[in-house]
Write a protein that binds this ligand. Structure first.
Ligand SMILES: [Zn+2]
Length: 416
């Protein structure tokens, strides 16, 4: 009986899924790699993968055809820096989220936020720390992968790592330390790195600097030697390393320690960005987070810009001038999940051309995160993570927010 049931399941599910074909016919295809879209191309999807893309694709027998007039079909976008377990700081302060919201509440909210992210056309996220919600990101990642809840593919960092005393909340009680990340130092940092990888981390995140007291400048936390040892342990396990750093000294230590990406880089100088370029370290600028925080403090978005916004804009320009590889990542969670496109608009406002921003948000991030063999481009054989937007985002970046169709792994989550 059991065997018969098993055979019936095989017959009813697997073959039909594998053979289902969908032909998508947009006005143009942005393939994620070539900055110029291909006018008049179509894309054929079969099962979970892209089977063909090009100008003259015949409709296979039995295929479903979806016409997308005026739209650009492109790879699902990749958010390079999210926190699905945080929500906007004008709804609740970061301290209150970490100290007062239960892990169950935060996880339920993260489920909704994962869905909002997917519906905005982001089919993959690199989620850089649960900020006090332990390893709950591993469970969310796996629930999405198993089709239990809708959401983007997730690369998760779990708890993330900080040097002792260098993270919030600042209401610190040694008897009940509730922190936004895991403290570790010296050889203990290597042990904690391995513990997080063992617990499910796809990427290792640590904080290279910190504002030790309000009103002070950000200063280094870990030594270069500590970060070098942790980075070696992560790389040995096949995990990339993301380092939070906003000060020139913190950035320099992280670069020389061999990390793969630097997050924020607000205070980066021309010299530091030259060093990043030499060492092949990419920058994830998170301009949208800086802007959001300034707005929460009362800035109305027009001149005069607050000092922090001005400084970040200048450092982004210096990074571009130095030829640093730019990751697209906004630090969503500080602001609303689903508003991920805000970072892309700020990158364009900061001097990057829209087509380069679109490449960064697709094949660029895929290459940086070493997932380009699966996602990030419209290429036969890759997973069918596809998005259609109204207009052409390589000319008008605002089009990236006008999402009308979302497909992930060949499954449609949103259609016009
Ligand atoms: Zn962050």
């Amino acid at each position: 009986m059991r065997i018969l049931l098993f055979l019936l399941m095989l017959l009813s599910s697997a073959p039909s899924l594998a053979q289902e074909a969908i032909l998508l016919r947009p006005a143009r295809v942005f393939d994620g790699i070539d900055p110029r879209p291909h006018e008049g191309w179509s894309v054929l999807v079969r099962g979970e993968r892209i089977e063909a893309a090009g100008p003259e694709i015949a409709v296979p027998a039995g295929a479903r055809v979806i016409d997308l007039p005026g739209m650009t079909l492109m790879p699902g976008m990749i958010e390079g820096h999210s926190h699905l377990f945080l929500h906007p700081y004008d709804e609740a302060s970061w301290d209150d989220q970490v100290l007062r919201e239960s892990t169950a509440l935060r996880t339920a909210r993260a489920v909704a936020q994962a869905r909002a992210t997917l519906m905005a056309g982001f089919t993959t996220v690199r989620d850089l720390g649960t900020e006090g919600a332990g390893y709950a990101d591993v469970g969310l990642r796996d629930a999405i992968a198993q089709g239990i809840v809708p959401g983007p593919r997730m690369l998760v960092a779990t708890r993330a790592l900080v040097a002792t005393g260098s993270y919030g909340p600042r209401i610190y009680d040694a008897a009940a330390p509730l922190l936004g990340a895991e403290e570790a130092d010296g050889p203990g940092l290597v042990a904690a790195t391995r513990r997080q990888i063992g617990g499910g981390a796809d990427v290792v995140k640590f904080y290279a600097d910190y504002r030790w007291r309000a009103g002070e400048d950000s200063r280094p936390t870990f030594t270069m030697e500590e970060m070098r040892a942790a980075t070696e342990a992560a790389h040995a396990a096949g995990r990339l390393v993301a380092a939070h750093a906003t000060s020139p000294a913190g950035m320099r230590n992280a670069i020389l320690a061999g990390v793969d990406t630097i997050e924020h880089g607000n205070g980066g100088t021309a010299e530091i960005f030259r060093l990043m370029r030499e060492h092949g370290v990419a920058l994830c600028p998170t301009l949208a987070a800086t802007e959001a925080v300034a707005r929460y403090r009362g800035w109305n978005g027009t001149a005069p810009e607050p000092e922090g916004v001005r400084e970040h804009r200048a450092s982004f320009a210096a990074a571009l001038a130095a030829g640093v590889t730019i990751c697209m990542g906004g630090d969503s969670g500080v602001f609303r999940h689903g508003d991920n496109g805000r970072e892309m608009e700020l990158m364009v406002a900061g001097g990057m051309n829209p087509a380069d921003v679109m490449v960064a948000a697709t094949s660029g991030n895929a290459r940086l995160f070493r997932i380009a063999d699966r996602v990030g481009a419209v290429r036969p054989g890759l997973l069918a993570d596809l998005v259609a937007v109204e207009g052409d985002p390589t000319r008008d970046i605002g089009a990236a927010r006008r999402v009308r169709l979302v497909m992930k792994g060949g499954a449609l989550y949103r259609e016009p």
